[in-house]
Design a binder for this molecule. Structure first.
Ligand code: UT7
Length: 321
């Protein structure tokens, strides 16, 4: 048994915030943000939530795949910004879309969350435990940004992406690589609620994302090419065989560096970060959906995907479309 992606969907919040909009409320500029990162604008939530965007992305993916909600028996959301501590975002999505036959749960692997969800679904599907998976990456990062820290808040956006995966005789997912390095976790972190037990001395400070951008950058430009090369080799392919590299959208300079290290044309690295910013777990599935809807993905094409970020975590996959 193999695992094939049979449909994609995505949902971005209605409100677009440009770099110039940010420059009105903090000491930054379109010039700094776009030259350092490639980001020009991002979508930020007003009314939307992680769950509402996920449910919409899920409906679009199911429609694209031609499957009903009842056919979904596995529903996984990769997120670090679910609306509730419990129930899981996946359970809320299950309720909203009517996926009554699914087992639903969230996983947190930060920006690699969708890729981890894909590999978990693959393991279930290959062993025959489940047959049709709905996997998502979804984030409302704007609620955990420190809007007084211009070095992080300008980088991130909100949104959700989804894919339907199915167990099929012919494998679509050819190879996978995953890894974590908890020792370096502090370079990109956001603490959860503090202890509020009235019997103890406690901190009432709200917690936001902190990032050592340069350390994360160094990690990305070494770990990602290595992981991609390993995965491509495991698939029995060479870098030249890959039609597109659908990578986590953190920074255009990271994508350019990976292209250079792999000796591949930057044209093979589609981007969405210019209009989405970095949406952590949602970046890869949103990019994949944009590629799918633009007609870029043809049967038989080889697509290498990779997610990397907080944890630290990374994961790559090579799929035959
Ligand atoms: O999903 C994975 C997570 N994240 C990433 O992959 C991010 C990886 N890292 C990066 O992309 C880059 O490190 C950043 C884009 C975050 C930062 O770029 P940098 O070239 O490493 O800049 P820097 O942090 O060294 O800052 C350079 C200057 C500083 O000013 P001084 O000290 O040189 O006077 C900052 O204060 O830029 C200043 N700066 C800004 N200026 C205008 C920082 N943020 C801003 C800003 N607008 N938004």
């Amino acid at each position: 048994m193999g695992t094939r992606i049979i449909g994609t969907g995505s949902c971005l919040p209605a409100t677009i915030v440009t770099n110039d909009d940010l420059a009105k409320i903090m000491d930054t500029s379109d010039e700094w943000i776009s030259t350092r990162t490639g980001i020009r604008e991002r979508h930020l939530v007003k009314e939307e939530t992680t769950t509402s965007m996920s449910a919409e992305a899920a409906r679009r993916a199911m429609e694209n795949a031609g499957v009903t909600a009842e056919e979904i028996d596995l529903l996984i959301v990769g997120t670090l910004s679910a609306d509730c501590v419990t129930p899981a975002c996946a359970c809320e999505v299950q309720a909203q879309i009517g996926a009554v036959n699914a087992v639903a749960f969230d996983i947190n692997a930060a920006c690699a969350g969708f890729m981890f969800a894909l590999n978990i679904a693959n393991a279930y599907l290959q062993t025959g435990i489940y047959k049709t998976g709905l996997i998502l990456g979804a984030e409302t990062l704007s609620k955990i940004m420190d809007w007084n820290d211009r070095s992080t808040c300008v980088l991130f956006g909100d949104g959700a992406g989804a894919a339907v995966v199915r167990a099929e005789e012919q494998a679509g997912l050819l190879a996978f690589d995953q890894g974590s390095d908890g020792v370096k976790g502090k370079v990109l972190a956001c603490r959860n609620r503090s202890n509020n037990n009235p019997l103890m001395e406690t901190s009432k400070e709200l917690e936001y994302v902190h990032m050592d951008g340069q350390e994360v950058y160094k990690f990305a430009v070494t770990a990602v090419p290595h992981s991609l090369q390993k995965t491509i080799q495991a698939a029995g392919l060479t870098v030249e065989d890959i039609d597109y590299f659908a990578l986590h959208q953190a920074n255009i300079r990271i994508l350019q560096s990976v292209a250079k290290r792999l000796k591949v044309s930057e044209d093979k690295f589609p981007i969405s970060l210019d209009h989405c910013g970095n949406i952590s777990a949602a970046s890869v599935p949103i990019l994949l959906d944009e590629m799918n809807r633009k007609g870029m993905l043809k049967a038989g094409m080889k697509i290498a995907m990779s997610g990397f970020g907080g944890g630290l975590t990374w994961a790559s996959a090579v799929v035959e479309w």
